[in-house]
Design a protein around this ligand. Structure first.
Ligand code: FAD
Length: 444
């Protein structure tokens, strides 16, 4: 029996979701496979970790987002195999395995955190890529204040109140700024024995500057802003060890060789999804240093014009791993498929339109670059708010995020501080740390 052209999309992030939307009115059947039931707006994850937003605010269910798109089905599951010759995927959902056949395939499985050859650091310094990561960090951050409140020993209390952020890209900078606001403002009056404002926020990076992708003038402004706020920055400093009690560095300053800190957050480096390796092995394609697949100029896998690799998993002309690259490469792949089913097979290269970059540092302070225009301070902060609100998926999410931001701005503090028993890893990590403090278990 003849069937409509079948498009399988692996990944429901920016790349996968925008590809599916672009195919809404195409004469194709689309299957979107994602290992979580939601799309995730990663740029605001740090606000979930620091109690400003709830996870639902930034993670709308994919089924809901695509409910009106009649040609599209959503499948919850992890793609564990790709048969390029047989043109089908193997999908694992809990203990069930199934196969999904395709005529065109879009692989948009993104990237995870890279610990630069030290995966063991992850246990003590979680990264921030998923909702689980953000909730885990929320548990560790608020847990550290709770433990400090109960800690009679001043040096142990100091450790609970020291937060180390590794990586001074936009995520690390934004997180450091939020930790300052949390400790200096949001938690004011919440504790009886400690002053949360005494928290020490340390930002480390191996490179000599913060926000490496931003122009020099904005980097300088960002550095000044962070210093004014009270963030302790140590640049050109490589983290060489991470354990329950703190981090070790290569700093020439003996006081920085070891920083005692309960909560450590890893915001440095990315490693492409393992599906990149799988595709490269099957197609004989090359990977770049971050494990991203080197694609043809039209985003297709070499030797397989029916397979597109897009977004953070794609390596093409040095394009950065940002949401606009994922969205635009997804739309390009969808347009190519639409053209092909109408008989136009001419390959067209993908042209990226750079819309600029933004980072918020704290309330009323942000940095933005759009073309040749550079903006800093309040104007950039308003721009940042508007752009992020507009980019959120779904009207409900926009309304809730705006409400939470307004409430926090008007002095309502941070409402999303729930840490549940489900967040066991965070709870266990804190318990282990408490045991170390009491001298009950050896330090690892
Ligand atoms: C904390 C943080 C802050 C950021 N801030 C910004 C910012 O301010 N501005 C900006 O432009 N960019 C930002 N980025 C980068 C931006 O989020 C990414 O570039 C973008 O999400 C990439 O889109 P993608 O579709 O390639 O991958 P993702 O959005 O990561 O989506 C990948 C999807 O694939 C799914 N998946 C993975 N493996 C499988 C599998 N085997 N089977 C099925 N599904 C799978 C995942 O669950 C996920 O839904 C940020 C990223 C992070 C982590």
């Amino acid at each position: 029996m003849r069937h409509r052209h079948r498009v399988a999309i692996v990944g429901g992030g920016f790349g996968g979701l925008f590809t599916a939307k672009q195919l809404a009115r195409a004469d194709v059947d689309v299957t979107l496979i994602n290992r979580t039931n939601h799309h995730l707006f990663q740029p605001l994850l740090y606000q979930v970790a620091t109690g400003l937003l709830s996870e639902g605010d930034i993670a709308p269910p994919l089924r809901e987002v695509l409910r009106k798109q009649r040609n599209t089905s959503v499948v919850l599951g992890e793609v564990v195999g790709i048969d390029l010759d047989g043109r089908h995927l193997t999908v694992q959902t809990l203990d069930q395995r199934s196969e999904i056949a395709y005529d065109s395939l879009i692989v948009a499985t993104g990237a995870s955190q890279s610990y630069f050859g030290h995966p063991e650091f992850a246990h003590h310094a979680p990264g921030m890529k998923t909702i689980d990561d953000a909730l885990e960090l929320r548990g560790r951050i608020f847990g550290a204040f709770e433990m400090a409140e109960r800690e009679p020993d001043p040096s142990a209390r100091r450790r609970w109140l020291t937060f180390v952020v590794v990586g001074a890209g936009p995520t690390g900078v934004e997180l450091a700024g939020q930790l300052i606001e949390l400790s200096r403002h949001s938690l004011r009056g919440n504790f009886r024995r400690i002053d949360p404002a005494e928290a020490r926020i340390v930002l480390l990076d191996a490179s000599p500057t913060i926000l490496g992708a931003f122009p020099e003038s904005l980097r300088q402004r960002g550095t000044r802003d962070l210093q004014d706020l009270g963030v302790e920055m140590h640049l050109g400093t490589v983290v060489t060890g991470v354990d329950e009690r703190g981090v070790e560095t290569n700093s020439a300053d003996p006081r920085l060789r070891r920083i005692e800190a309960a909560a450590k957050i890893w915001a440095a480096g990315v490693q492409a999804s393992p599906l990149g390796q799988m595709l490269a092995a099957a197609a004989g394609a090359e990977l770049d240093r971050a494990g991203r697949v080197k694609v043809e100029p039209d985003c297709t896998l070499p030797g397989h014009p029916e397979v597109f690799v897009i977004g953070d998993l794609m390596s093409l002309a040095g394009l950065p791993g940002v949401s606009q690259v994922a969205i635009q490469s997804g739309r390009h792949a969808a347009d190519t498929i639409r053209r092909r089913i109408t008989g136009d097979d001419t390959p067209r290269p993908f042209h990226y339109r750079d819309r600029g970059a933004m980072a918020t540092i704290a309330l009323f302070r942000a940095l933005a670059t759009i073309g040749r225009v550079r903006v800093a301070g309040f104007a950039a902060w308003v721009l940042w708010l508007a752009v992020h609100l507009a980019a959120l998926i779904g009207f409900r999410n926009r309304v809730f995020v705006l409400f939470n931001w307004t409430a926090a701005l008007l002095g309502g503090g941070r409402a999303e501080r729930v840490v549940t028993a489900q967040q066991v890893f965070g709870r266990h990590a804190m318990a282990a740390q408490a045991a170390v403090t009491r001298g009950e278990v050896p330090r690892v």
